[in-house]
Design a protein around this ligand. Structure first.
Ligand code: FES
Length: 116
């Protein structure tokens, strides 16, 4: 996987609704790396866009990561639900497993990859 280096700009924070999400893809083929951002009132978080159930992207409908009530993340594959705050699967075929967090930071209004 071609994970972007720390400092790589991802988008402007203002481009994200609250709550809101944004999927991002880097590289191609076997080196492809997919992640998504999720912004809530209290924080901005990011996860690898790979469901721990079947290792496929969560957004089978592109860009759709949130449940209708916008309180959880959902995988379009088999409807697993994940907590926004830590990516833990609370319901579904991968209950108890978690999404992989991706470190991000906001500098001068720009969301970018962080070192840790
Ligand atoms: S691939 Fe995500 S729930 Fe099955």
């Amino acid at each position: 996987m071609t994970r972007p280096a720390p400092g790589t700009p991802l988008c402007r924070l203002d481009d994200l609704d609250t709550p809101g999400t944004k999927g991002l893809t880097f590289g191609q083929g076997a080196g492809r790396f997919e992640m998504f951002l999720v912004r809530t009132d209290d924080a901005l978080r990011a996860y690898v866009n790979e469901c721990p159930h079947a290792n496929q992207p969560l957004d089978s409908r592109p860009g759709r990561f949130l449940t209708q009530d916008e309180k959880s993340l959902i995988c379009g594959g088999h409807a697993a639900l994940f907590r926004i705050e830590d990516g833990l699967c609370t319901n579904g075929p991968c209950a108890g497993k978690s999404l992989q967090p991706v470190p991000v930071e906001v500098v001068d209004g720009v969301v970018r990859m962080a070192a840790k």
